[in-house]
Design a protein around this ligand. Structure first.
Ligand code: NAD
Length: 252
C-alpha cells in the first residue's frame, strides 16, 4: 500500500525553523521522510538534533528575511542539498503590538517586509525553479486567525496576514495548472514566542482561553500533521485554501 503522506525523497525549505511552529513543522516533515533545509537568523541546533533523531537529512542556512538579499542564495543552496526543492514552508514572521493610533512606520514596514514581501519573493524564486523542471511542488504559507479577523493593537500583522491569505489564493490560481499547490495554514493561539505578551497578560490570556472550544492553547506539535498533509500527494487537488488549526476558535 502506498502511504499518501510519505515525503521520502522530498526536500523542504522551512523558514524560521529554529523555534516555535517552524521547528514543529520541520520535525513533522522530517518524520514523514523529507530532507529539511532550515532557514533562519539564529542557531538551529535544537531543530537539527530533533530532525536528525528521526533519521532525516538536515541542512541549515543563516539568513535574515527582513530584506530580499538572501533569497537567491537560499534557493540555490536549497536546490543543491536535495537536487530540487519540492516543498516551501513560509513560516518566518514577526508581530509588533501598539494601539493603531500610535503605530509607527517602522513597526509597519518591519512586519510587512518579513511577513508579506519576503514571503512573496521567496515563493516566486522557488516557483521559478519548480516551473523550470516541470515537476511541480507545494508552497505552504503560515497565515493566522488575523487572515480572517481584525484583532486589536496589531495593525501591520493583521494587514500582512490578511494580505497573505489573498496572496495564497492568487498564487494558487496562477500556478495550480502548472503542478504547484499553494495553500496556507492559519494557526489559532499557540504557545510560542509570538504569543508570549498575550499569555503574560492575565486578562487577555483568560479571555482568549475562554473562547477556544478545545479549552486549551495550541501546542506547536498540533500543527505538524497539517503541514505534512498539505505537503503530500494527499493534497494534490487542494489549491488556495486557508486551513484553520485553531481548537475551534473560528467555529465559535
Ligand atoms: P516565533 O516568534 O517563535 O517564531 C518566528 C520565527 O520567525 C522564528 O524562527 C524567527 O527566527 C523567524 N524570523 C523572525 N524574523 C526573521 C527574519 N528577519 N529573518 C529570518 N527569520 C525570521 O513565533 P511562531 O509562533 O513560531 O511563529 C511562526 C509563524 O506562525 C509566524 O509567521 C507567525 O505569525 C505565525 N503564527 C503564530 C501563531 C501563534 O499563536 N504562535 C498564530 C498564528 C500565526
Amino acid at each position: 500500500m502506498t502511504i499518501p503522506f510519505d515525503l521520502t525523497g522530498k526536500t523542504a525549505i522551512v523558514t524560521g525553523a529554529n523555534t516555535g511552529l517552524g521547528q514543529a513543522i520541520s520535525v513533522a516533515l522530517a518524520e514523514a521522510g523529507a530532507t529539511i533545509v532550515a532557514v533562519g537568523r539564529s542557531a538551529m541546533d535544537e531543530t537539527e538534533r530533533r530532525c536528525r533523531d528521526v533519521g532525516a537529512r538536515f541542512h541549515s542556512i543563516q539568513a535574515d528575511l527582513s530584506s530580499l538579499e538572501p533569497i537567491e542564495r537560499i534557493v540555490a543552496e536549497g536546490a543543491e542539498v536535495g537536487g530540487r526543492i519540492d516543498i516551501l514552508i513560509n513560516n518566518a514572521g514577526i508581530i509588533r503590538r501598539a494601539d493603531a493610533i500610535d503605530f509607527s512606520e517602522k513597526d509597519w514596514d518591519d512586519v510587512m517586509n518579513i511577513n508579506l514581501k519576503s514571503t512573496f519573493f521567496l515563493s516566486q524564486a522557488v516557483a521559478r525553479r519548480m516551473l523550470a523542471d516541470g515537476a511541480g511542488g507545494k508552497i505552504i504559507n503560515i497565515a493566522s486567525l488575523l487572515s480572517f479577523q481584525g484583532g486589536i493593537r496589531i495593525p501591520s500583522y493583521t494587514a500582512s496576514k490578511s494580505g497573505l491569505a489573498g496572496l495564497t489564493r492568487l498564487l494558487a490560481c496562477e500556478w495550480a495548472a502548472k503542478g504547484i499547490n499553494v495553500n496556507a495554514i492559519a494557526p489559532g493561539y499557540f504557545i510560542t514566542n509570538n504569543t508570549e505578551a498575550l499569555r503574560s497578560d492575565p486578562k487577555r490570556s483568560s479571555d482568549i482561553l475562554a473562547r477556544i472550544p478545545a479549552g486549551r492553547w495550541g501546542d506547536p506539535a498540533d500543527l505538524g500533521g497539517e503541514a505534512v498533509f498539505l505537503a503530500s500527494s494527499a493534497a494534490d487537488y487542494i489549491h488556495g485554501i486557508i486551513l484553520p488549526v485553531d481548537g475551534g476558535w473560528l467555529a465559535r
